[in-house]
Design a protein around this ligand. Structure first.
Ligand code: G3I
Length: 355
């Protein structure tokens, strides 16, 4: 139990669906009261999910997404990204972000906000402009200032910079690096600290850093550099996205070890986008392996003092990003297309309960 993270659990709401599965028969409400309820009892700050705007018209989806017993935290999977927030220069549209953040506030779910700076999902006006360094720095500050102030005080954490590193540990070539230089990352964090409410956790977020490798070591070196400067660059956390494939997930040992590396550098961590894809068509063996991989990953966070919470990158297979990006793979989430909970749901609950 992480005493530092002990919080009162929110009032429970009835589970929406508890269809038994062959691997985990007869789930009972007392044993499976909801992932966030169990996560808080295990000492985490939250168990959360990403929510996508494209399915907000599905009430079965939204009733689970905003059930605070299941998910005490939400992340807009798209709605706060640059192309939607600032579709034209200095024109801001918060409707997609608000469609997720406002119900989350009403349901007393924490918000992880995602994201200020990324190479992807940028508007054309930004990517096609032939900006000078100082122009782009100004655009960056203006964007962060507006979005941070709109969501002032509403985000537990912001993913300030997303996916800046290549797998070999070098910085990714994109409009930010190529125009501003490597200092764009520090600059973004300084802007984020300037414009977000004091206490907002500022995160660097990336995939493929869930074990010790060139990329995670480069991120750790960046954190060390930031915090050891004469005027430290404000960074509070590293988000391990945790997009895994059943059977080849990093596993408990690797994840706990890399979390420890980040903790030694002085930052908290979270699993920010956990999902475990399987090769299609899936099978009961695949579902058992998926359950093990989910459970091991969650256990690694629970057992690590500096890991504050786990977010799944959506809970519903129908809206998962996986099939589009990895043809032949899918079924990566905790709920099937017909809203049945999978073995992984029960395996995570068992881990959180300490079974
Ligand atoms: O906005 C259009 C919508 O108008 C249209 O109806 C719909 C039809 O499919 O497409 C919509 O755009 C899609 C958008 O998601 C919203 O659903 C884009 O085509 C699609 O490319 C986009 O994918 C998102 C992806 O980031 C973009 O790279 C995924 O949903 C989102 O889950 C994914 O999230 C990223 C994290 O931000 C960072 N880490 C990796 C993670 C997975 O790729």
């Amino acid at each position: 139990m992480k005493l530092s993270h002990l919080t009162l659990t929110l009032a429970t709401t009835p589970l929406l669906s508890a269809s038994p599965t062959p691997a985990y028969p007869h789930p009972s409400r007392s044993k499976y009261p909801g992932l966030d309820i169990l996560a808080k009892r295990a000492g985490l700050l939250y168990f959360g999910t990403a929510i996508d705007n494209v399915v907000l018209n599905n009430t079965q989806y939204t009733s689970i997404a905003h059930n605070a017993s299941e998910f005490g935290q939400v992340t807009p999977s798209n709605g706060q990204k640059w192309m939607y927030i600032e579709p034209a220069r200095n024109v801001f549209n918060y409707s997609m972000g608000d469609a997720i953040v406002l119900p989350a506030i009403a349901h007393r779910q924490l918000r992880r906000c995602h994201n200020f700076v990324w190479h992807n999902q940028l508007p054309d006006w930004l990517t096609t402009g032939n900006w000078t360094k100082s122009e782009l720095e100004g655009i960056l500050e203006n964007h962060i200032r507006h979005e941070a102030q709109h969501y002032y005080g509403e985000c537990y954490a912001w993913d300030v910079v997303n996916e800046a590193f290549n797998d070999n540990g070098t910085l990714r070539s994109d409009i930010w690096l190529d125009t501003i230089g490597p200092e764009y990352i520090a600059l973004a964090f300084r802007f984020a600290r300037k414009y977000t409410r004091p206490g907002t956790k500022l995160y660097y977020n990336d995939y493929g850093i869930e074990r010790i490798n060139n990329k995670s070591l480069a991120v750790a070196a960046m954190v060390e550099d930031f915090l050891s400067r004469e005027e430290p660059v404000p960074i509070d956390g590293v988000g391990l996205q945790a997009h895994f494939t059943a059977g080849t997930s990093p596993g408990y040992e690797n994840i706990t070890r890399v979390i420890e590396v980040f903790a030694e550098k002085g930052v908290e961590t979270a699993l920010t986008e956990l999902d475990v894809r399987v090769k299609l068509p899936d099978s009961s063996e695949e579902m058992v392996q998926q359950a093990k991989d989910y459970a091991d990953s969650v256990r690694a966070c629970v057992d690590s003092e500096s890991c504050v919470g786990v977010t799944v990158w959506d809970f519903w297979d129908t809206v998962s990003w996986v099939p589009d990006t990895f043809p032949g793979f899918g079924d990566a989430c905790l709920w099937t297309a017909n809203f049945t909970k999978k073995p992984a749901y029960y395996a995570i609950s068992d881990v959180l309960r300490g079974d």
